[in-house]
Design a protein around this ligand. Structure first.
Ligand SMILES: *Cc1c(COP(=O)(O)O)cnc(C)c1O
Length: 400
């Protein structure tokens, strides 16, 4: 234990203090388990925040990356590379979008999407004072453009003014959207299932109406699928559950399953009206290594029926979480979609999360009173049972 505590003390002395981290130093992972540097084993229901979809140490994935490391890591975007050419083509086929831009993170994908929307507005009427509508409780990332559309006042306030003119409407309240639309509005950005903000799925009617409002007002509809995409809800992308298509979409997290890679994608119609050479760029984005991770992830989706598995095991997880809602009156509900679930407490739940880690379970929060479950997509029913046992014990020890 001393060694781990010493390392943590050193880290706290050296790293900028932007996180209150849990006192664990992880060493390696295998399947759906993580091990700290003292060999303690943890069942992982966080997956690096909805990232490690196929678990740790996946042989196929690791070998694909090793092969690419020995071939070519980086070229810059002045040239073409085969992994990125293939990854873009495959993502187009999967999403139904027509154009792909690779980034290094989710926030950068959102930056690109917002810049595209602004340029689209500029092209539409020649003005440069356009507005974007975003939703309260949304999370789109921490860089300036992404922060500007993030619906959490506490995150934005110390950093004002923001990079873009943004108005915030309410999720699943179409009148709140209508009230904000003006001839300055160029786009609406939203998560199809809000993650960070509390595991809130869009309602069918809301999404259909938002699509209609965007069409009627020549606005672009941007879906941020960074957390809810890549199989997490049991469909490849959450919007497929609704049959409502965006003009621009963003991906990251599960896209590279551990390699930092994101993307924004758009329809040809949107692309023809927005970014042109000189408007946007990145040194690393879509480099051969990052793109190889995307191809490996897409191969893994093709090799087994992960989506059917997610639908099955998430129903099982939902039932298990619902039984906790029944059992404890301070747990007021469960919500989410697929393997993106939240358990809602009527009080701060941070101590339950800490206790669960003591007991060998990694879970995370979404706000102070919601416990978030975003496990690897390959989690089994037995893993769900194991998780529920530990969680129940943690809840009892903290609140019992
Ligand atoms: C995590 C997340 C982001 C930001 O991604 P980073 O890679 O952390 O920059 C943006 N949007 C959503 C919905 C996310 O969950």
């Amino acid at each position: 234990m001393a060694e781990m505590m010493e390392l943590i003390a050193q880290a706290e002395n050296d790293l900028l203090h932007t996180y209150n981290r849990y006192p664990i130093v992880f060493d390696h992972g295998k399947g759906v388990y993580l091990y700290d540097i003292e060999g303690k084993k943890y069942l992982d229901f966080a997956a690096g925040i909805a990232v490690f979809a196929f678990g740790y140490g996946n042989e196929y994935y690791n070998n694909a990356l090793k092969t690419q490391i020995d071939k070519l890591l980086h070229t810059s975007n002045y040239f073409y590379n085969v992994p990125a050419i293939n990854a873009a083509h495959r993502l187009k086929a999967l999403t139904g979008m027509d154009r792909v831009f690779f980034t290094n993170s989710g926030a950068e994908a959102v930056e690109g999407a917002v810049k595209s929307a602004m340029k689209y507005g500029y092209g539409r009427d020649g003005k440069d004072d356009h507005e974007v509508i975003a939703l309260e409780h949304s999370f789109h990332g921490r860089t300036y453009g992404a922060l500007s559309v993030t619906g959490n006042e506490a995150y934005r306030k110390p950093f004002g003014p923001m990079a873009a003119n943004v108005r915030f409407a309410k999720m699943n309240d179409i009148d709140s959207v209508k009230a904000l639309v003006s001839d300055r509005t160029c786009a609406l950005i939203m998560e199809v299932v809000q993650g960070e903000g509390g595991l809130i799925p869009a309602q069918q009617e809301f999404l259909e109406e938002v699509r209609r409002i965007c069409d009627e007002n020549e606005m672009l509809l941007i879906f941020d699928e960074i957390q809810c995409g890549m199989g997490r809800t049991g469909s490849m992308f959450a919007f497929e559950n609704y049959g409502v298509r965006p003009d621009i979409m963003t991906l990251a997290k599960g896209l590279g399953c551990g390699v930092p890679v994101g993307a924004f994608l758009m329809t040809e119609k949107a692309a023809s009206l927005t970014l042109v050479p000189g408007d946007h760029g990145t040194t690393y984005g879509g480099n051969p290594f990052a793109a190889a991770s995307v191809n490996a992830v897409l191969d893994l989706f093709e090799q087994s029926d992960v989506l059917a598995h997610v639908r099955d095991v998430s129903a099982y997880l939902e039932a298990g979480l619902d039984s906790l809602v029944q059992k404890y009156d301070f747990i007021t509900g469960r919500r989410g979609a697929g393997l993106m679930q939240g358990l809602i407490f009527d009080r701060p739940a941070g101590d339950v999360i800490k206790k669960a880690m003591d007991l060998g379970l990694v879970i995370i929060s979404a706000g102070s009173s919601i416990i978030r479950f975003v496990p690897p997509l390959v989690i089994s029913r037995e893993n769900v049972d194991e998780m529920l046992l530990i969680l129940d014990k943690a809840i009892k020890e903290v609140f019992g």
